[in-house]
Design a binder for this molecule. Sequence first.
Ligand SMILES: Nc1ncnc2c1ncn2[C@@H]1O[C@H](COP(=O)(O)OP(=O)(O)O[C@H]2O[C@H](CO)[C@@H](O)[C@H](O)[C@H]2O)[C@@H](O)[C@H]1O
Length: 482
Amino acid sequence: MKILFIASEVDGLVKTGGLADVARALPLALKRHGHDVRIIMPFYLSVKGRETARHLGGFTLPTREGHTDIPYQTHEMDLEGVPVYLIDFPNYFERPSLYAENNNAYLDNGERFAFFCAASLQATQQLGFQPDIIHCNDWHTALVPMLLRTRYANDPFFAASRSVLTVHNGAFQGVFERGQLWALPELTDIQDEAITQGHAYVNYLKCGVRYADKINAVSPSYAHELTTYLGGHGMAKSFQERSADLSGIINGCDYGDWDPATDPLIPVNYSLTKLAGKRACKQALQQRAGLAQNDWPVFGMVCRLTEQKGLHLLLPILAQFLYHKVQVIIVGTGDPSLADRLRSLVAEHGDKLAFLNEHDNALAHLVEAGSDFFLMPSLFEPCGLNQMYSLAYGTLPIVRAVGGLKDTVVDYDANRQHATGFNFHEPDALALLNTLRRALLFYLQDQEEYVRVQRTAMQTRYLWSDSVNQYESMYQAALNRS
Ligand SMILES: Nc1ncnc2c1ncn2[C@@H]1O[C@H](COP(=O)(O)OP(=O)(O)O[C@H]2O[C@H](CO)[C@@H](O)[C@H](O)[C@H]2O)[C@@H](O)[C@H]1O
């Protein structure tokens, strides 16, 4: 199949979160399955190797009458054999960050990504790539399915193309004032309640959910949660209306990058049969975090500092947990108020708690390798990648049983034989504290049993080739729609 993969960020070129990991790994896996895949994304200032991009051509996007048209350039780069088209409009994309500065979203994000959606389709046509499948990802790209049904409805070029939308994070919906949509006359005056919020706002993700031929969430549990009022981020009705076309496909884990036996970013490699190196990794992590190099269990955490990741469950009980002989190492950037609360806890418990306010990939690898347990008490988690990395590194995940976490981590007390970690259910700080203590007791009372569970975890595999089979079925189902 010819697949156009539209994403706002792609690991290897630019990354702020898990979306980028998938936007690299999935196209590469699709290519390995013999598909002709092209990625299209914005030409941000921070795109790695930007200076090597090959100029392809300049086009002009027509806009609403009375507004100026938008001239932009297109470039091409290579991502391990997959062509990447880049949409270049400096006014929108030559900025220090992708979406926000100092935790404040750019005020014209609606305008920027409305342009990106429209320009992506126009550029694809101009460049002569006629896709069977147009694969959109999250709100940044969610206007594309609507444009195919309106602007391009009678255009023979896209007549056989079908769109799919992957929801990586339904909490981010892209809700913007209509005024920002001046580049898209199709939307400025739209009255469809299914995609508007009040009279003045348009919800981009709702647009995608309404118009895409097929929709998937990044795990089966999250696909189900999206249709519930508790887990649907206020969009349950929209997802319910499309439930016949909604599925869940768990992300794969990129074991090329995340394998302790070959990882060049950790001090000593180790594997299922040679676990000894993990101890050296622990010592290196303790040193990097400025903690004592002792035998106490290390609980690691790497995440964006946002409510989603469950820090508000962890913060109230962290001091209590630190009464025990444990070390907790948290790496993350994001919400400054969460960072401040972590810093004040470090001021009191600096002998056991380290907070590294950094975004550092090598450090993330070291935390996975050097910790005994990995914390993900998420409020919601569409898929989650770090728990998969943790399993591969024999670092038992402690997770809240939601979304992809529920689908990938087997709780020790629920199923001893197949256990790979610890789960808790209620979004409640005490439930987390109990689970942390359950894990600690387990670690202290029987080292052999800990190693057995560790080995089960390390043998767990979430392969992209399996996920790709499911994406292929979804693509086929989309193509079968008239
Ligand atoms: N300070 C830091 N330093 C270094 N690396 C850091 C870091 N903070 C985060 N990372 C890295 O960023 C990635 C985060 O991925 P996740 O899937 O856990 O979360 P995210 O919420 O961004 O993604 C969303 O999309 C993905 C992809 O579908 C879903 O899995 C997920 O549930 C959904 O919320 C991991 O590779 C992690 O190591």
